[in-house]
Unconditional design. Structure first.
Length: 476
């Protein structure tokens, strides 16, 4: 090793060492009587030279430390991470899959069309044009527009004809849902109407004359991307406003949460990711390695957790013997499945609520399973008093702040603790005393049962909140 870069690290000269060295060198040249006292002209010059040389030594130390990923910052950290095959993740925009609905037989929504997230009025653009054909589409949305009971309505679906003549206590849409399922279709009651679709994702349609007193929309999926990058989310049901004037494009709605956008990766997070990658990214087949490859290799993946069942019997979470389950947030299904296939252990089956077929290098189909966290629909009921020494917030401001807080608080598997909601509430100025009740339902149209007890959230679930599920009660 060198004189200053030693086996124990960089040996930096102190300011006093530099000054003493200069004084000794000058006395060697000009004689021992050369004046070097601090307040003499020579001493003042020595002081200035010492300070300048000390800065150069400080620069040398900074360059030396910049090679250490634990201390490097900015571009120097980028270079250090690159030695491990990693690069800093750039800022990304939130992406979301939404259903576009049109009320005519054929509607084309062009690429670049805009829809808006209700919270914060964040605009999203349609990535590719979408054509909606009501006679053969992904799903139908049926809205009751004043139908009556004990009246016959005929629906000529492509999977069969359904005749509604409701004399039961059910609503007409509820009764129609039952009849659709009996005929071989699938149906789901939502706040927007009755969704009709086929199991397995085949096309569904309606032909012939439309029944009176109902509005029937054809629906097709499209991918939307936020117009700006950064830490943004789109929870279930938040992309709900058509912002572009496209003839016969009437509705938009996302039935699943979007892939969150991200800010440019911070130094702290890059250090943590690099350290984890050094331990795991070169490995394959282990739980940490699969998770590390998903986060590093698959665009849009923000969270990946792998859990194995190494027993010879089904475990308490329903995983089959000798299997593993990968819980993934973000990324496309196909990209996630391929990454799992390339990194999974040989001879061990994958398990989960999503199934994707991919082709291996031999051209054979391989079934890969993994899990997407399932949303639990969160509801808040907050009773509060205003604090009159601060500016009173609007109800929209309170709801927006709570949704932003909940998006960060309720990660996968995080229980709902009612009193902790006050942390989010008091991010808003002007709130005095407050009490919180919470509820969780399995669907967005469920009926909440509010309480003050902690609500457990399963390891493959997350609590999802939007403004319309927040009830605010102001007391005087």
């Amino acid at each position: 090793m060198g004189e200053f870069v030693t086996p124990t690290g960089f040996k930096r000269k102190t300011l006093q060492e530099i000054r003493t060295e200069l004084e000794n060198n000058l006395k060697r040249v000009f004689g021992p009587s050369f004046e070097t006292s601090v307040d003499s002209p020579n001493g003042l010059l020595i002081s200035q030279l010492s300070l300048s040389l000390s800065k150069l030594w400080e620069l040398c130390q900074e360059i030396y430390l910049s090679r250490d990923p634990a201390q490097a910052e900015g571009v120097a950290l980028d270079w250090a991470a690159a030695l491990s095959g990693l690069s800093r993740k750039s800022a990304t925009a939130c992406e979301v899959i939404a259903m576009l609905y049109g009320d005519e037989e054929a509607v084309t929504v062009p690429e670049g069309s805009l829809a808006t997230r209700s919270r914060g009025s964040l605009a999203f653009t349609l990535d590719e044009s979408v054509t909606i054909n009501r006679t053969a589409c992904r799903e139908l949305l049926i809205v009751d527009d004043g139908s009556e009971k004990n009246t016959e309505y005929v629906f000529n679906f492509t999977f069969g004809t359904v005749t509604l003549n409701n004399s039961t206590t059910q609503s007409n849409l509820q009764r129609l849902s039952t009849l659709v399922i009996a005929e071989g279709g699938n149906a789901q009651i939502t706040q927007r109407g009755l969704r009709v679709y086929l199991q397995g994702g085949g096309d569904v349609g309606i032909t012939g004359s439309m029944p009176d007193d109902f509005i029937i929309y054809g629906g097709a999926e499209g991918r939307f991307t936020a117009v700006s990058t950064g830490d943004q989310t789109c929870e279930i049901g938040e992309l709900d406003t058509v912002s572009s004037s496209v003839e016969n494009w009437e509705l938009v709605y996302n039935y699943s949460a979007g892939v969150p956008g991200t800010d440019i990766e911070t130094d702290e997070h890059l250090r943590i990711r690099r350290a984890a990658a050094v331990r795991s990214i070169q490995a394959r087949g282990t739980d940490p390695a699969i998770a590390a490859h998903l986060i590093e290799d698959v665009r849009g993946v923000t969270t990946a957790v792998v859990k194995s069942n190494r027993l010879l019997q089904t475990d308490s979470d329903g995983r089959p013997p000798k299997s593993f389950e990968t819980l993934v947030v973000g990324g496309s299904d196909e990209d996630v499945a391929r990454c799992i296939w390339e990194n999974q252990p040989s001879g061990i089956q994958s398990h989960g609520n999503v199934s994707v077929f991919i082709r291996d290098n031999n051209g054979d189909e391989q079934l890969i399973k993994f899990s997407r966290p399932q949303a639990k629909y969160l509801w808040f009921k907050i009773t509060y008093k205003l604090y009159n020494e601060e500016q009173a917030p609007t109800t929209d401001e309170i709801k927006a702040t709570l949704v932003e807080w909940a998006n960060k608080e309720y990660q996968m598997g995080k229980d709902v603790i009612p009193t902790r909601v006050l942390q989010g509430l008091y991010n808003v100025g002007g709130i005095g005393t407050a009490s919180v009740q919470v509820a969780v339902t399995n669907s967005e149209s469920g009926t909440p049962s509010f309480g003050i007890s902690v609500i457990p959230i399963g390891p493959a679930e997350y609590a999802s909140l939007i403004a319309s599920r927040i009830t605010l009660v102001e007391e005087s």
